[in-house]
Write a protein that binds this ligand. Sequence first.
Ligand SMILES: C[S@@+](CC[C@H](N)C(=O)[O-])C[C@H]1O[C@@H](n2cnc3c(N)ncnc32)[C@H](O)[C@@H]1O
Length: 317
Amino acid sequence: MKGPSLSRNLAAEQRAFLGRDRARWGDHLARVRGFMGEALEGADGARPVLIMGAGSGLEVPWGLAPARAVGWDADPWSRLRTALRHRRFPPWVFQDLTGGMDALGAVAWRTARQPWSGRLRATPVATRRLAGLIGSLDPSPGPLRAWIEQHRPGVILAANVMGQFGVGAQRMVEGAFKGRHPWTLDPDLPDPLEEALQAWTARAVRAWIRALLDSGADLWLVHDRGVIFGNEAVTLGPMEHEWIAQLRGAGPLEASDPLCGVEPLDEIMDRTLTHHLRWIWPVAPGQTHIMEAMRIRPPGTFLSHNQNSAFRKGAYG
Ligand SMILES: C[S@@+](CC[C@H](N)C(=O)[O-])C[C@H]1O[C@@H](n2cnc3c(N)ncnc32)[C@H](O)[C@@H]1O
């Protein structure tokens, strides 16, 4: 019996990602590589550097990475693609960063089927039940915490992976229903399964950020902060706490939050943030991503008055 598989799903997503028309990606790639390049060049070569969501290395300037840099990506082809692109074969971890995808897939698979025959249940019954069961799942990034505990990285990069946890969770659930659409199609009706999955994703994102903060490493995070659908032109106004308040468009915009309500700025508590940038990435016709990059310093980092006030005035953004 074959259940949903994170690695299979990620391999398919990555193929689709790399197959897209990249004609309008130049500005995004320059910014993301610049941000990660600064992290890699400044890293202390004596301690490991962890690059999560390393993918095929399209966004990661591996040429600047210290010898002890390690990639982490659950796509089984990611390391080989990185080797082909960068002529470098770094150590790699292929595990699920959320620590919760397998449990989610297993509960979705079981709930979608009759236990005695293994046949798919009538979808509305199964999705209601599944929504309730997902509410009791608490994803915890055990493998990531264990790796950090063992290797004590000085710098951790998150290369555009945090915003993928929700998509990954959605694919796990859809995979369990084998082509039957588990979601409520009428946008005016509540969808308990979608709500449960969004709450699961928010728990996964929070637990993952918590693990990063607990690592004591210098954190460099890049992620999709928002997604805008439709062909309406969109620009960003001056930096605001809420990304949505920065959006400028001629007409109404259809926006979605890949982090399902978690605001990373609110999660970092008393840590010092020395870079905070947002920019627009036109991923495909009708799909624009608002990207966010933030550097979160290790606990106890002290900045001079000048550095602090420069940051408050937005000198880094
Ligand atoms: C948008 S892509 C990032 C592309 C990458 N930074 C590059 O330079 O090619 C997101 C990456 O995160 C990986 N990923 C997504 N969810 C994951 C998870 N739960 N655990 C581990 N890797 C994951 C995907 O396989 C994919 O390679």
